[in-house]
Design a protein around this ligand. Structure first.
Ligand SMILES: [Fe+2]
Length: 145
């Protein structure tokens, strides 16, 4: 159970970091196709941000506390910060790679949850995997030349 709680915190911190990076790219993207990428990143950050409160409350349901500070997030997250302003296509490639990482983390979490018989939590995690699969499709389709 402790392993599941820890895995949930890692996935939560990673999701928050992913959300922040998508929002960063939404704000800072530039180029001739600005509007298209601004909207692509906008749709992704809004969807992921929309899952954050439920994710946190699910973690409370597992009988532990929610990490909720930048220092805790930086200790737990699997997503590296981006502090430079990238060209459009590099933003898409980086978010796509991060999206793959998130899916990997969520799949491990799903298995941990199933092993503990936490089926309600598994259901939430499965929904997140599905949402990120869709983000992957959007990012991949947008990076095709
Ligand atoms: Fe906006």
């Amino acid at each position: 159970m402790e392993e599941l709680r820890q895995g949930a915190k890692v996935a939560f911190a990673s999701s928050f970091s992913f959300y922040l990076k998508a929002h960063n790219f939404h704000w800072n993207v530039e180029g001739v196709d600005f509007k298209q990428y601004h909207d692509l990143f906008g749709n992704i950050y809004e969807e992921v941000y929309g899952s954050i409160d439920t994710f946190a409350e699910q973690i409370r349901g597992l009988g532990t506390y929610v990490p909720a500070s930048y220092s805790r997030f930086s200790m737990l997250t699997q997503i590296e910060d981006e502090t430079t302003i990238l060209p459009q296509q590099e933003m898409v490639q980086e978010l796509l790679a991060d999206n793959e990482k998130i899916i990997k983390v969520l799949k491990i979490l799903f298995q941990q949850s199933e092993a503990q018989g936490e089926y309600g939590f598994s259901d939430f995690v499965a929904g997140r995997i599905d949402a990120h699969r869709k983000h992957g499709w959007m990012l991949r389709a947008s990076s095709k030349v």
